[in-house]
Design a protein around this ligand. Sequence first.
Ligand SMILES: *Cc1c(COP(=O)(O)O)cnc(C)c1O
Length: 455
Amino acid sequence: MSSDFTKILLNEDEIPRQWYNIQADLPSPLPPPVGPDGTPIGPDALARVFPMNLIEQEVSTERWIDIPEEVLSILKIWRPSPLYRARRLEAALQTPAKIFYKNEGVSPAGSHKPNTAVPQAWYNKQFGIKHLITETGAGQWGSALSMSCKLVGIDCKVFMVRISFDQKPFRKIMMKTWGADCIASPSDQTEIGRKILAETPDTPGSLAIAISEAIEQAVSYDDTRYALGSVLNHVMLHQTIIGLETRKQFEKVGLYPDIVIGCAGGGSNFAGISFPFLYDKIHGKNIQVIATEPEACPTLTRGPYIYDAGDVAKMTPFLPMHSLGHGFIPPAIHAGGLRYHGMAPLVSHVRQLGLIDATAIGQIECYEAAMLFAHTEGFISAPETSHAIAQTIREAKKAKEEGKEKVILMNWSGHGLMDLQGYDAYLSGKLSDYPLPEELLQRSLAAVKDHPPIR
Ligand SMILES: *Cc1c(COP(=O)(O)O)cnc(C)c1O
């Protein structure tokens, strides 16, 4: 390949045929999910919520797991995704660093989320499931799952947080275009929804309520299951196709990253790009891996490592994770996909093991970074993705100060064409930062003091 390339492409037959399971290589094993009394929860307890074939992936310690041919054939609609060299961004920063970004915005739904939505829909169908139910906040996950269910041939229903349902119509229209049933949450279709509507008819809803409604309905029918777009081990597994492709792309140009960066909400796109490189780090490679999160929702940087529930109603088992407390309600920053109180157990664990670093950045710096990116590389980034860009720019500036020719890789997790309100707020000077006040954090953590300790 000539050295002045802009992007590195793989042929379709170079697509990875197996996912990488980091559980095979962890220096110490992941602590199990537990009940409120600290007793480990076995796979069977999850059987009403998820199909057994996905539960098997959730607990597997096999290093490589085959990607089914039918899943690959759908992923090939947009995969392998391109790896770009950000030459114009490098020039603007006058940095000696080489900056690369993996473009996950090329999927039909516009982000990395279909990488797991497709296999989740497919494994559910294999298991004989007819209906998949999920929740969505701003709509990224709901739209990814709607598209995937349509392509696989299974019904999809999405409980969408009321306020987004009313204020962000475009993702809702995408879901309906892909044939999904999208309803505002709280709804009158579930017991918990009816109860909340009776008490507070005007509630804007919340992700926690929507999760409770989705799980309640999913466990009520034999042929129905629930799907989650991040946090769980099998979601991290499906996303490793990102990093596996990236490794092959670097091989083509004889380079290897010194720094790998991803934004982290529930942790899936970060795990996807970084876990295949962490394999090398565990086996002796010197490489820095950084997860970047919002200052307003600083799970990895300020949340303690504890057993906590995945939702407010504590319907999920307790998972070992960095958490701000299951009752934490983050400020309304524009990066909706990063407003989750917990972090994936696998990402939390590799942080505990010292394999990754974490940073938190305010949204103004992130929008400034996204603007520079749009002005140099052209692409308009999702507000979540802008956190990875901001960290990349910090590292590129550091490389300049140190006069080092570092290779920096970031995951460009999605485009922002459905998130233009945030850009509007930035452009009209209405954006502010919300560093999380310590007393708010402490108040939220008071509610998790009685949770069992992680052993
Ligand atoms: C949902 C989303 C995220 C955050 O989720 P993770 O599970 O942490 O990856 C990041 N970027 C985009 C574009 C998203 O849609």
